[in-house]
Design a protein around this ligand. Structure first.
Ligand code: SF4
Length: 180
């Protein structure tokens, strides 16, 4: 991808107020079986939406998926809430902008564009809570759901992240646009 093409994609991201990002080789994404185990055991979202395990490919297939791309934009979102309940509408709105970016990059001629949202799918007010999906064209997984060790990957890229101990702690969330 030439510098002008990169600039154009960066401009589209900025237009959606997605301004904190770094280009990275998706081959440098760290993937771990332990991440999937955290989904399988301990996450209340397991099996609750189409974009989460067990409806996603095995970890090895996820790993191979990242290898099919040479470039990606890793997005960082730092946020702290006085009222923790506000994190849900905030996530929905940020996810919506990320989906719009994927669409625009796709329509710009990058047919492989694929976005990982920074939080689980919140397209519908009430998810079906099953593997069935009302809007499959808009439903996208998170990095975690694809087995990505977000802690290791963020730190490798020089971004902050820590275990959040309390809802009032600052969250550092991440998403990624794969593009080629
Ligand atoms: S699009 Fe709607 S039904 Fe599908 S996973 Fe997202 S919230 Fe659930």
């Amino acid at each position: 991808m030439n510098p002008a093409a990169k600039k154009r994609i960066e401009g589209l991201a900025n237009a959606h107020r997605l301004t904190d990002f770094k280009w990275m080789d998706p081959g440098r994404v760290i993937i771990g079986n332990w991440v999937r185990m955290k989904c399988n055991f301990g996450c209340p979202g397991y099996g609750k939406r189409r974009t989460c395990p067990p409806y996603l490919p095995p970890v090895e297939e996820c790993r191979n998926f990242f290898k099919e791309y040479k470039r990606g934009l890793l997005f960082h979102f730092a946020k702290r809430f006085k009222n923790p309940e506000m994190r849900h509408p905030w996530s929905k709105e940020v996810n919506r902008r990320m989906l719009e970016l994927e669409r625009e990059v796709f329509l710009s001629g990058y047919q492989k564009a694929f976005i990982f949202t920074q939080a689980p799918c919140r397209v519908c007010k009430n998810c079906t809570g099953t593997g069935e999906c009302r809007h499959p064209y808009q439903a996208r997984p998170t990095l975690e759901a694809f087995g990505v060790d977000v802690y290791g990957t963020a730190r490798r890229m020089g971004y902050p992240i820590q275990v959040v101990k309390d809802y009032h702690d600052e969250m550092n969330r991440y998403g990624m646009l794969l593009v080629e």
